[in-house]
Design a binder for this molecule. Structure first.
Ligand SMILES: [Zn+2]
Length: 298
């Protein structure tokens, strides 16, 4: 290490730091004592001018400290213990204790140096980004792999789910190149279309059994517009980029529970039609799959 530390400079910097601290504590001391007897008649003015003088002193001392610190060289590398290592070989007990302290403070300086250089690199890279670069790229990598699942694998997953229901028919088409669009016919109750990207669900539209189905036109019936809205909530709720199969399966199970849309009453109020909206229970609990009116869910 070709870094030389001027001990005199360091010493004078420490001295001016000490002077500054003492003048600051003097300010607080005077302030906490408040008006004193020796301030006399017009005590308030005297007190204020005394305080001002003390603050001026603080200002001068800050300037002094700044000057002395600016003249100090900036350390470029961790400090070297140098000859102080020989302290450990000293036979006197109390000097050996000194050595342990020295090593500890050396470790601290070393750590601070290491951490601050890490922080410096990270902050430099991430000046405008809130999240850590590494985790962001990792997450993106994972998502991409789920977007790029082979069509055959997507077909297998969806067909497997379809086979487990007798009253829910699932058909896959690919009108937009490789990404699947899945049509679901649930008994004689409703139809739904789900757009996939790889194995991730991207869009849902629910319509009545008699309506024509496409991705973008809403149902003309209030109740199916409500179910579409809730299906979007479900899609987001079950969203799981790490285990996309599970998300699709959970969503289909949830959607299947609408088979009783027009037959089962609301779990909360016990009615088929809600007394104000006059709609059947268009909400299904994500866990229990129990039917509720939108107005009755908690
Ligand atoms: Zn209800």
């Amino acid at each position: 290490m070709n870094q030389t530390i001027n001990v005199d400079q360091l010493n004078s910097a420490l001295t001016s730091l000490r002077t500054l601290r003492s003048s600051v504590s003097h300010v607080f001391e005077t302030l906490s004592n408040g008006l004193r007897a020796d301030h006399g008649e017009d005590g308030k003015d005297k007190f204020l001018s005394e305080l001002q003088e003390l603050l001026n002193n603080v200002n001068i001392n800050v300037r002094d400290l700044e000057q002395t610190v600016n003249s100090l060289p900036i350390p470029t590398a961790p400090f070297n213990l140098g000859n102080t290592t020989f302290l450990s070989q000293d036979t006197t007990q109390d000097r050996q204790a000194l050595y342990t302290q020295l090593v500890n403070s050396y470790k601290w300086t070393d750590k601070i140096h290491e951490y601050s250089s890490f922080a410096y690199t990270l902050l430099n890279q991430n000046s405008l980004k809130r999240s850590n670069i590494n985790s962001a790229t990792k997450r993106r990598g994972k998502m991409q792999s789920n977007h790029n699942v082979a069509p055959l694998q997507v077909d297998n997953v969806i067909n497997n789910i379809g086979r487990s229901y007798n009253d829910m028919k699932i058909t896959i088409s690919r009108p937009f190149a490789s990404n699947a669009v899945v049509q679901i016919n649930l008994s004689h109750v409703l139809k739904a279309v789900v757009a996939f990207k790889g194995l991730l669900m991207e869009w849902v539209m629910v319509k009545g059994y008699g309506e024509t189905l496409d991705l973008w036109t809403e149902s003309r019936h209030n109740v199916f517009r409500k179910v579409t809205e809730n299906a979007h909530a479900a899609m987001l709720h079950f969203y799981s980029p790490m285990i996309p199969e599970l998300a699709v399966r959970s969503f289909m199970t949830w959607l299947h529970s609408y088979v009783n849309l027009f037959s089962d009453p609301c779990k909360r109020c016990g009615c088929h039609l809600h007394h104000t909206s006059m709609l059947p229970p268009a909400w299904r609990d994500f866990r229990s799959l129990e039917p509720f009116h939108d107005e009755c869910k908690q």
